[in-house]
Design a protein around this ligand. Structure first.
Ligand code: SF4
Length: 333
């Protein structure tokens, strides 16, 4: 009764029935915003309460709109499209790993995908041991793929969720598998994992919509070359801006402290700057002579994907550490 299938995605809102909210606010990632009018009407009909939604996309659980809860004490916030965030939610009052009870997380599960065809393509890769990562919506397909590959004689030591900024379980498997398979639409997650593995391992993207398995290694190598160039320029910087995030999951006091220590130990001066959604226009508002380089401690993908071609070096924290200390390329922390 509280499940809805819309455009091949299954959303299960059963937990909302138990909470009996007075009103509901929905938020969703970019790709799901177009579904929100239909979802809002469905929930208003089932629950008999006011349902509204945010037009601005949610970037991840890192940007969950906790402020909605303090603006209205009877509202329940429903965050769609993500269900996993391994980092703490921090404010000036402290950090915690658990979201408030009035936040309901509903990932949305993709029901499509041709697992038989995907398995055939993986069989053509000349690999036998694979780890599988997936973006939240593709949990079902990734688990089916893992099971089917095992029955075909593959070794699959790990299948788990993958974010654009979290690769720890995969980094622990360096050298232990022949390839990493990333079940997700687009190139974002596969490219991130390739960088997280220092572009030293084989990463394939498994596209559930186009039923294609293809390597990301060449693209990752090109991106890495640009990152190494930015790191080289960063070494010359004397004055650095450390961007500290304002979204609850992107406010990382420990990483900011580590960057301050790093910069101090290498004789560089710095300012810490607060920003919510960081854009190049916001940085351009600063006097061009204020800083030689930037470190983004909020979302490390901003440094690579959005600001990778900025006219001054913009680095993720791991890249800044690798630039100053030397050694292998590190991403993201
Ligand atoms: S990559 Fe950026 S947007 Fe995605 S979960 Fe991490 S901090 Fe959030």
């Amino acid at each position: 009764m509280y499940q809805l299938v819309v455009d091949d995605y299954l959303f299960d809102f059963s937990v909302l029935a138990k909470l009996r909210p007075r009103s509901v606010v929905l938020e969703a990632p970019q790709g799901f915003v177009r579904l929100l009018p239909r979802i809002a009407r469905f929930l208003a009909d089932r629950l008999g309460v006011d349902v509204t939604y945010k037009l601005e996309p949610a970037y991840g659980l890192c940007s969950v709109s906790l402020n909605v809860l303090s603006e209205n004490r009877e509202v329940v916030l429903v965050h769609l499209g993500h269900d996993f965030y391994p980092y703490p939610y921090c404010s000036l009052g402290g950090c915690q790993y658990r979201l408030p009870d009035r936040v309901v997380v509903v990932p949305g599960l993709y029901l499509g995908g041709d697992v038989e065809d995907l398995v055939k393509q993986v069989q053509g890769l000349n690999v036998k041991r694979v780890a599988i990562g997936f973006s939240t919506q593709h949990r079902r397909l990734a688990q089916q793929l893992a099971e089917k590959l095992r029955t075909e004689g593959f070794t699959v030591p790990y299948t788990g969720p993958l974010l654009g900024c979290y690769f720890a379980p995969y980094q622990r498997l360096r050298g232990q598998v022949d390839a990493f398979l990333v079940v997700a639409g687009g190139r974002f997650h596969a490219l991130g994992l390739a960088l997280g593995l220092s572009v030293e391992e084989h990463v394939y993207r498994v596209d559930p919509y186009r039923t294609v398995v293809e390597p990301i290694d060449d693209e990752a190598a090109r991106v890495l070359a640009k990152r190494l160039w930015a790191m080289q320029q960063f070494r010359e910087a004397t004055r650095v801006a450390v961007i500290a995030g304002r979204f609850p999951g992107q406010h990382r006091p420990g990483i900011v402290a580590a960057m301050k220590k790093l910069l101090e130990s290498h004789g560089k001066s710095y300012d810490v700057i607060l920003a919510g959604h960081l854009t190049r226009e916001l940085i351009d508002n600063l006097d061009p002579g204020s800083y030689d380089a930037y470190i983004v401690t909020s979302c490390p993908r901003l440094a690579v994907d959005d600001l990778g071609d900025y006219w001054k070096p913009v680095l993720a924290p791991g890249e800044a550490a690798a630039a100053l200390r030397g050694g292998r390329y590190i991403f993201p922390w």
